[in-house]
Design a protein around this ligand. Structure first.
Ligand code: AQP
Length: 333
């Protein structure tokens, strides 16, 4: 069975963009692939986090994975920091990655622009940690939103380079980017992607937002000039709302356009808010229903399974590099 690996950061609150661009596809793909879904808390600390909140959000994100439909009976759910091999392989990959290729990463350039000379080394190295995550599990497919496409290309380049220089070691993964929903935009600014770290909270609908908040956010969503409600790349705000509508209802674009023919933006926003509230209600209930004990068992099992596979890859990597522990050296001598 082919393998998928993906993850999300337990930073802030998971939003509809994370769900529609990534998590939703994990749920669908888990039946066709051996699946690993990670809570990437080592990535999270590339930005300053409140330690107590980070621990809370790590557990909450694991609950969200389960609540959206990831089945721990068939998929492996685990916390990145539980598997030390992620950090170890990152060091190895750092030694074959080039500064110039990391400097080209648009996510780094965006964050560096905001933080100028105080940008952290972890932010720079973020894509290498991501490459380690993926390559450790000999992953075939990585379901992500479009914002991660460039990082996936780097992952492939690093795998190919290592394989070329040290012998075939890593499977070279492909990105799985959905045709619809790969980039859900902010409700306040359709030029920006919906993002957890956006200071403007009104732009993102969080999976755990309550009904009032959801209603308010859609009501205030910016729209384009004109009145027609149809999918049109030149009118990004309405197209973004319609894309969310399409993904949550499963209706075809022409069906949606005829439903809204002659109706106003207010009607679209109202219906979209109602659909989202109903869609998220059972999810919130499910998150609340998962006990600490149940979650603990799932994450323990996940850690064990992930550690076994990651460790096997890491040992091959170290052997290929001629790096082994002192004990093995003594035995050989
Ligand atoms: N707006 C989006 N539309 C579609 N997919 C998205 N993803 C993120 N934003 C959108 C996808 O969600 C997955 C998990 O993301 P992440 O937690 O690794 O962080 P990110 O990609 O950096 O997303 P955020 O929400 O913008 O987080 P912050 O603000 O903390 O950086 C990924 O597969 C991502 O592609």
């Amino acid at each position: 069975m082919k393998r998928i690996f993906s993850g999300a950061q337990p930073t802030g609150n998971i939003h509809l963009g994370n769900y529609l661009g990534a998590l939703r596809n994990w749920v669908a793909l888990q039946h066709e692939y051996e699946s690993f879904f990670c809570i990437v808390n080592l990535h999270a600390i590339t930005a300053r986090q409140d330690p107590k909140l980070l621990a809370e959000k790590t557990g909450e994100l694991a609950r969200i994975y389960i609540a959206v439909g990831i089945d721990p009976g068939i998929s492996t759910i685990f916390v990145q920091s539980d598997v030390a091999a992620h950090a170890e392989l990152t060091w190895v990959l750092n030694c074959i990655a080039r500064m110039s290729e990391l400097e080209r990463m648009t996510q780094f350039k965006d964050k560096a622009r905001k933080q100028s000379e105080n940008v952290g080394v972890g932010v720079f190295d973020y894509p290498v940690l991501m490459a380690a995550d993926i390559l450790l599990y000999q992953t075939d497919l990585v379901p992500v939103g479009e914002d991660q496409k460039q990082h996936l290309e780097l992952t492939r380049d690093l795998a190919i380079r290592f394989n070329r220089d040290y012998g075939d070691t890593f499977r070279v993964p492909d990105a799985y980017i959905p045709k619809v929903g790969a980039r859900i935009m902010s409700l306040s600014d359709p030029a920006k992607k919906m993002s957890k770290s956006d200071d403007d909270l009104a732009g993102s609908v969080m999976l755990l937002d309550d009904a009032d908040n959801i209603q308010r956010k859609f009501k205030r969503a910016v729209t384009d000039s004109g009145t027609e409600i149809r999918f049109d790349a030149t009118r990004p705000a309405i197209t973004n709302l319609l894309t969310i509508f399409q993904l949550l209802t499963g209706q075809a674009p022409d069906e949606i356009e005829s439903h809204f023919a002659g109706k106003g933006y207010g009607q679209l926003k109202q219906e979209l808010a109602e659909i989202t509230i109903e869609f998220l209600r059972p999810l919130r209930e499910k998150v609340e229903s998962i006990s600490d004990k149940e979650l603990g068992t799932i994450l323990d099992q996940g850690r064990q399974k992930a550690r076994g596979i990651a460790q096997a890859t890491l040992e091959t990597v170290m052997a290929r590099l001629g790096i082994s522990g002192a004990k093995e050296l003594l035995v050989r001598n």
